[in-house]
Design a protein around this ligand. Structure first.
Ligand SMILES: C[S@@+](CC[C@H](N)C(=O)[O-])C[C@H]1O[C@@H](n2cnc3c(N)ncnc32)[C@H](O)[C@@H]1O
Length: 253
């Protein structure tokens, strides 16, 4: 069981998201919880305003520290300890290792920015860590928070019906996923690879593994370097065969 709490000025975005698909079912069954809080509830101005002009001038508005810190502290004070995460482009980039780390947490608060982002004192005083979706700028943190929730929730037992499908996903074993096919057997002259209809389970397993290693060495050689230690002997042999230059020297393994 894991509880996600999202702090945002656009709660309706996340409210729709938490009712749909596999995630929606997991919420319904109580396997995960996704709570959404309107950050404006912590504003004490008449119009529930949270932003103000930047000191020093310049474009855009900045989200004020006092209401945001109050919201963070109030939520953190409720229930089991929570990891406090601000979504933002200066943060640690979300990748599967971080997703696995987060999946071991019982609870996390996900703080979403808008405008030019937060007053720096949110970072100085809020006991937060920053997580980024990647090297580009989004209009707000909500899409990033939803990406964190969706990626983490997939690893929570009981969310995805078949745990085998999670293990076989891209990155699960430090490899990209193999190609998939379904009916019809032929599409515009392209037939499904014969091995997949052979009924030979070992041949299918081997073909999939080879395609996964092939995709990884050609598209994401960086993954090979970062995951070499977790690869079983069979994967290492395939890397050596398909891309000998990527395998570390035995002395460096
Ligand atoms: C327009 S952005 C602010 C960008 C900020 N002025 C900068 O250049 O770093 C508004 C909000 O979107 C969210 N955001 C933008 N890019 C993001 C990214 N790559 N990952 C996660 N959140 C992001 C953050 O919550 C941020 O406070």
């Amino acid at each position: 069981m894991i509880r996600f709490e999202v702090l945002t000025i656009f709660p309706q975005l996340v409210e729709a998201f938490r009712t749909v698909g596999v995630l929606g079912k997991a919420v319904e069954r109580g396997v995960i919880e996704v709570a959404v809080h309107d950050l404006r509830a912590w504003s004490d101005t008449r119009w529930r305003q949270l932003d103000d002009e930047p000191y020093g001038g310049g474009a855009g508005m900045v989200m004020q520290a006092p209401p945001v810190l109050a919201a963070l502290r109030e939520l953190a004070g409720r229930g089991v300890p929570a990891r406090r995460i601000v979504l933002g482009p200066r943060g640690r980039v979300l990748e599967q290792r971080l997703v696995e780390e987060l999946a071991a947490e019982p609870r996390m608060v996900l703080l979403c920015g808008r405008y030019e982002g937060f007053d720096e004192r949110v970072f100085e005083l809020g006991e937060v860590e920053e997580i980024s979706l990647g090297d580009y700028v989004l209009g707000g943190g909500e899409v990033a928070a939803m990406a964190v929730i969706e990626a983490v929730a997939r690893l929570v037992p009981g969310v995805v019906g078949d745990p085998g499908s999670v293990a076989a996903d891209s990155f699960g074993a430090g490899l990209l996923d193999h190609p998939c096919y379904t009916r019809p057997a032929e599409v515009e002259g392209r037939r499904v690879p014969e091995v997949l209809t052979s009924g030979n389970h070992e041949a299918v397993r081997r073909w999939r593994l080879e395609r996964a290693v092939e995709a990884t060495v050609t598209r994401r050689p960086d993954l090979v370097k970062n995951n070499w230690r977790r690869y079983p002997a069979e994967v290492r042999e395939l890397v050596r065969r398909l891309a000998p230059g990527l395998a570390p020297e035995p002395a460096d393994e």
